[in-house]
Design a protein around this ligand. Structure first.
Ligand SMILES: [Zn+2]
Length: 482
């Protein structure tokens, strides 16, 4: 539901951060109590509508009608859950019901109305019902119960006063608080403002999640995602090995699993969740790197090659798996969110043929097998993904760049995503087989996600010579891996 806002406050976006909780045993139990009560609210609504359907009545789905039913049930029906918390569940039901109805009306008959009960249901409290000071959060409880005080495990990454709501959730075996803030779109000092006519092309990929190129001055950015891919591959190998090792303990049909089996399942779920957290963090870092680069270059428009058409074609067992792990929709979503906050426009364009077109003379050439593209028609030679990014930039709607004005030689900035992933050191053949050494004198200790402006290096190699393929330094790189 949209809230009425002042007209003069400028455009805003909503962003949510998931923050872990530091809880005592008693606080933990009260949190689960709230989530369970919310699950009861959900189950009640499902049940009421099931009765009504059997009687041939109209289902109750509008938020106001549901709130009426809630207040008719009287206080204390749902344990410690207060009215604001219970209403957030009703809002969730109402939204789900109406979106299902709209999609069914549009012809998607496979979409179903909410029907599944859940033991634990997320609870949201809106602005004014909770209190946030530092890492302390006071969550309201039903009348007669003391409010629930919880501690966050990190500070909220948004400025004070912007937080609009908090949501208590149980996900991946942990309790979290999702903190949603209303952030104004970035404003810049005069002279550093984005220029809508400064366009950069962005090529998405697996080995390089982002390759961006600014055709106006020929500068480019290359974000390496090899650490992310290694994480995916190692996770797959670990999962396979675990499955093979434990398959014989699996319970038969209709049998309850042994305690050992249940423990194993729990462990597998935790590992799975950790893998997802790691790759998501790395993807966010990679995107922040791209946006920081664009802000530095004062770019106002990013033209992104959308590869999703290509993805729907079957490409063989191995390549299909690679593409499935890529999470392209999520990558695009993160990119659009971060660009919106920075005040940068994003255009999605067809990327077909961009990796087999020379950015310099625009002739079609055979798709290079490696990372390098060399054009037989002109002198262009350079990194394949950056070349594709240059070509994508010319496809900007409205045609801000003419192919003649393209400059394909400038400084390439190299960055790495996922430096916090285990063992993502200079040689990352097998990240997990390295023994974790005690920190050497003068080292920073455990690897942590670093701020994107610090990680990586800037090479002075031009775009049209690949830094990894320098002839004068056999096997060497012109840039220093940290
Ligand atoms: Zn060429």
């Amino acid at each position: 539901m949209t809230r009425r806002r002042n007209v003069d406050t400028g455009p805003v976006v909503h962003r949510t951060a998931r923050i872990g909780l530091r809880l005592t045993r008693a606080q933990r139990q009260r949190c689960f109590g709230l989530l369970r009560s919310a699950g009861d609210v959900w189950a009640c609504v499902l049940e009421i509508n099931a009765w009504r359907r059997r009687r041939g009545d109209r289902p109750v789905a509008s938020f106001y009608e549901l709130c009426g039913l809630l207040s008719a049930s009287g206080p204390g029906t749902f344990g410690e859950l207060n009215t604001a918390g219970a209403r957030s569940v009703l809002r969730r039901y109402s939204d789900a019901w109406f979106s299902a109805a709209a999609r069914r009306k549009a012809g998607h008959s496979e979409v179903r109305y909410p029907r599944r009960r859940r033991t634990l249901m997320p609870v949201r409290w809106y602005h004014g019902t909770f209190a946030l000071s530092g890492r302390q959060v006071r969550l309201p409880a039903a009348r007669g119960c003391p409010p629930l005080l919880v501690r966050l495990d990190r500070t909220v990454p948004y400025p004070a006063g912007t937080v609009r709501s908090v949501t208590l959730v149980f996900d991946a075996g942990r309790l979290w608080l999702d903190v949603t803030a209303e952030l104004p779109i970035a404003s810049y000092r005069p002279g550093t403002a984005r220029d809508q006519n400064r366009v950069a092309g962005v090529d998405l990929g697996i080995i390089h999640p982002y390759a961006a190129a600014n055709p106006a001055d020929g500068t480019a950015l290359l974000v390496s995602g090899r650490a992310i891919r290694a994480e995916h591959r190692m996770h797959l190998a670990d999962t396979k090995a675990r499955r093979r090792g434990t398959a014989r303990h699996a319970p038969g049909k209709g049998q309850k699993g042994s305690r050992r089996w249940r423990k194993m399942r729990r462990r597998a779920r935790l590992i799975e969740a950790r893998h997802h957290r790691r790759t998501r963090q790395a993807l966010h870092e990679a995107t922040t790197t791209l946006i920081c680069w664009a802000v530095e270059q004062r770019i106002g428009t990013l033209t992104v090659g959308d590869p999703r058409d290509v993805l729907n074609k079957p490409a063989g067992r191995r390549h299909n798996l690679r593409l499935r792990q890529w999470q392209i929709g999520r990558t695009l979503q993160i990119l659009q969110d971060k660009a919106a906050l920075a005040g940068i426009q994003v255009h999605l364009v067809d990327e077909r043929g961009t990796s087999s077109t020379c950015p310099n003379c625009h002739k079609r050439i055979s798709k290079p097998r490696g990372r390098n593209m060399t054009c037989p028609h002109c002198t262009f030679a350079g990194h394949r993904d950056i070349a594709a990014a240059f070509t994508i930039a010319t496809r900007t709607p409205g045609g801000a760049i003419t192919p003649e004005a393209l400059r394909c030689s400038g400084v390439v900035t190299h960055r790495r995503a996922g430096r916090h992933l285990p063992g993502a050191g200079p040689a990352r053949r097998d990240p997990r087989r390295r023994p974790s050494r005690p920190s050497a004198p003068g080292s920073f200790g455990r690897r942590r996600p670093a701020s994107p402006s610090v990680v990586g290096s800037r090479s002075l190699t031009l775009v049209n010579e690949d830094p990894q393929q320098r002839r004068d330094q056999p096997g060497g790189r012109s840039w220093t891996p940290h």
